[in-house]
Design a protein around this ligand. Sequence first.
Ligand SMILES: *[C@@H]1O[C@H](CO)[C@@H](O)[C@H](O)[C@H]1NC(C)=O
Ligand SMILES: *[C@@H]1O[C@H](CO)[C@@H](O)[C@H](O)[C@H]1NC(C)=O
Length: 342
Amino acid sequence: MRRKYTKYLYIAGVLLVIGNLLGSCVVFLQVNDTTHFYLVNPMSYIISQKDTLCYKKRTENTADIDGTGFFQRPTIFFHSTYCDKILDDSTACAIESAARLHPQTHINLLYTSPVELKTWNHLLSILVKLPNFHMTGIHVESYADGTEFEKFWKSVVVYNKVVDYKLVAEYIKFLTLHKFGGTVLDKDVIVNKCLDELGENWVIREGESMLGTDAIAMSRSDFNRNFTAMVLRSFSQQIMKGNINVSVAITNSFKNLCPGTDFTETYTRCHGYDIYDGKQFHPIDHSERQQFLQSGSYNKKAHAHRLWDVEVPGKMIPYKTLYAEIAQTFCPWVFSKLNNEY
Ligand SMILES: *[C@@H]1O[C@H](CO)[C@@H](O)[C@H](O)[C@H]1NC(C)=O
Ligand SMILES: *[C@@H]1O[C@H](CO)[C@@H](O)[C@H](O)[C@H]1NC(C)=O
């Protein structure tokens, strides 16, 4: 009897050691000739993560982004500012659709979460097979370094003035545009048409007289640096006042640099900018998002569909829904992985 117990104890001990080893090393991904690897912090299971702790901490995977030439161009950026996951399933679909429709463009996912087994998304293992997809870990607190917003941003992050991951994403989005230029898409925007035909500099109209921030494109230029600086200044003031509306920040900045712009009239271009209707990017509004879970066809005229925060039951995308039609068409790998693995 006693011998048997000892044996079980022994086996349990061995299993524990193996489990710890597995949980505390490296995630390896072999893609074609390249091995991608991500370090996993063995202490991460012991130290519980606060929601925004990752904004202050550097990890093994944090990139040293030096200089404005860090990212190869042309580029489309996605920003994921969670601390407890690298990305949502819907963002994986957004990335695949952007990568497929823009094979010559670098698709960059900037993420803030530490890389751990529990923050990893199994869909990443198929995304890294897309040759133009890159993921870069960024350190939120130092992301404004080298810009006029460095001091402000550091103090905001340090004193937890911005605790909402969505707001952090908005601020970082404009810092990315300010530093590197390029196209930014919100992480739930599934592209349905190549965006190149829209030109190099564009913003989208939100309602009748405002601009939105779910999709923006700008080349690197002095004018655009001024534009994004103005948005960031306005956004910073809003943060200090606790009255945050990024749509107001971008709209006022644009009107300031392009006086007399009336978004309701036929738009005369200012500094090479085009203004497109927001419906081009979200033909289905947030309030109608349940439509994604009903049968239907996607809007063939739109450049994208924004999925908003529509919740799918379980992890699968229900067949014969609009969501499934969009996913099967624009992110077939993600769709089949999601719907065959659960
Ligand atoms: C950018 O702003 C600076 C300083 O306000 C100004 O001198 C410069 O002319 C602006 N450049 C463009 C292209 O708008
Ligand atoms: C931002 O302000 C505009 C104009 O005042 C308003 O229509 C919009 O609903 C506001 N957005 C948010 C998220 O509060």
